[in-house]
Design a protein around this ligand. Structure first.
Ligand SMILES: C[S@@+](CC[C@H](N)C(=O)[O-])C[C@H]1O[C@@H](n2cnc3c(N)ncnc32)[C@H](O)[C@@H]1O
Length: 191
């Protein structure tokens, strides 16, 4: 990532704000399983390999479970002219990301408190699904629904993409993340 001071601030988040992060995670866990709010990060090189494995440039890059905006900031570093939006339920992480966005005066990035299940995806979206900690059946259902109802979307997922009739359009990669050297990733593109 070219903006190394921004990267440093992303890396410092959990060291500097462990207490505040946990407080919100506990509050949110009253309604949802606490594992849904586990914190993890995906390095720039991993994200870049996955994003560049997709041949068609999107109209918008959507990150689901964007946390503090890691992958949105990587995207903006690579493609500052293509807008990106990140959604996450964790308000403290979203606020932190927004402070960084303002501090570095970055355009074309939106980070919002929003639930995956209420979000409207559009034709032309490239969707990054940080879905490893999400409830298994419902996230598989919504991924399948998005793929079946949109002809012009691509998707990068930590969980297998098992949509009936679309499996031959899915590629698999094993790449480094903060919790393991070889995290499987699944990339769907409707060529
Ligand atoms: C494991 S973190 C993502 C970590 C990081 N983005 C990465 O690349 O590895 C998953 C995030 O998803 C968020 N999340 C969980 N359920 C969600 C939902 N239904 N809609 C939006 N975000 C959600 C959590 O708050 C958490 O910050």
């Amino acid at each position: 990532m070219q903006n190394t001071s921004l990267l440093k601030e992303l890396e410092l988040y959990i060291d500097n704000f462990k207490y505040e992060d946990k407080k919100i995670s506990i509050e949110l866990s009253k309604n949802l399983d606490k594992d849904v709010f586990i914190y993890g990060s995906t390095p720039y090189d991993t994200a870049k390999k996955l994003i560049t494995s997709i041949s068609k440039k999107p109209k918008r890059f959507v990150v689901v479970g964007s946390s503090i905006g890691w992958v949105n900031f990587y995207w903006n570093d690579m493609y500052p002219d293509i807008p990106t939006i990140g959604l996450d339920l964790h308000s403290f992480r979203v606020e932190y990301g927004n402070k960084l966005k303002d501090k570095y005066n970055l355009k074309n990035i939106e980070l919002v408190v929003e639930d995956l299940y209420n979000f409207e995806f559009r034709e032309g979206d490239m969707i990054w699904m940080s879905n490893l900690c999400f409830e298994h059946d419902s996230v598989e259902d919504i991924m399948s629904d998005i793929i079946h109802t949109h002809s012009d979307i691509s998707m990068i997922s930590y969980r297998p993409i098992r949509c009936m009739g679309f499996r031959e359009k899915v590629k698999m990669f094993k790449l480094q993340v903060s919790w393991t050297e070889k995290q499987p990733f699944f990339v769907y593109e409707n060529l």
